[in-house]
Design a protein around this ligand. Structure first.
Ligand code: FES
Length: 96
């Protein structure tokens, strides 16, 4: 199975995981300093800024799109609880 590399900027933590793994699972397993609340795309606690090649993460879910549209967030901002990692990514935690 192909693997991806995820770099958590705040901790300068670089981890590998199977492609398609939820970002929340990667963060939790790695001990990254990302906080989760609802895990359903409605509270914004897990807001992050992602950097990577196009297609490096799953497209936004409807719940995520609605939440981020309300904030007028730029496209690189995502809700970590809604993201599956499909390519190498850098993660910068923003919170609420
Ligand atoms: S944990 Fe609430 S939006 Fe992700």
């Amino acid at each position: 199975m192909s693997r991806v590399k995820v770099h958590f900027l705040a901790e300068d933590l670089l981890v590998e995981a199977p492609i398609g793994t939820p970002l929340a699972d990667i963060a939790t397993a790695a001990g990254a300093d990302l906080t989760f609340g609802c895990r359903s795309g409605s509270c914004g606690t897990c807001r992050v800024r992602l950097a990577g090649e196009p297609g490096a993460c799953s497209p936004p879910t409807a719940e995520e799109r609605d939440y981020l549209a309300g904030l007028q967030a730029p496209p690189e901002e995502r809700l970590a609880c809604q993201v599956r990692v499909l390519g190498d990514l850098t993660v910068d935690a923003l919170g609420v």
